[in-house]
Design a protein around this ligand. Sequence first.
Ligand code: SF4
Ligand code: SF4
Length: 69
Amino acid sequence: MTLEKKRRKAVVDRSACVACGCCVKVCPLQAIQIVRGITAQVDTETCVGCGRCAKECPASVIEIREVEA
Ligand code: SF4
Ligand code: SF4
């Protein structure tokens, strides 16, 4: 039997992100940053999928998804 591990991660729709930085301020782990001043980027190694950033995003461009560990 294969045990499948799934982890929750934040995924940003970069084309729709307005780089407001709200997600950066609420992440307890500093797992999301604004890169090149234009879009948010998630460090998937650090992100624990808590969903705070997604809740805070005024443009609703962050989704919490289950990904393979
Ligand atoms: S889901 Fe949580 S840990 Fe991951 S980037 Fe968003 S606020 Fe940070
Ligand atoms: S809160 Fe949303 S729109 Fe603002 S920087 Fe983060 S992902 Fe982009």
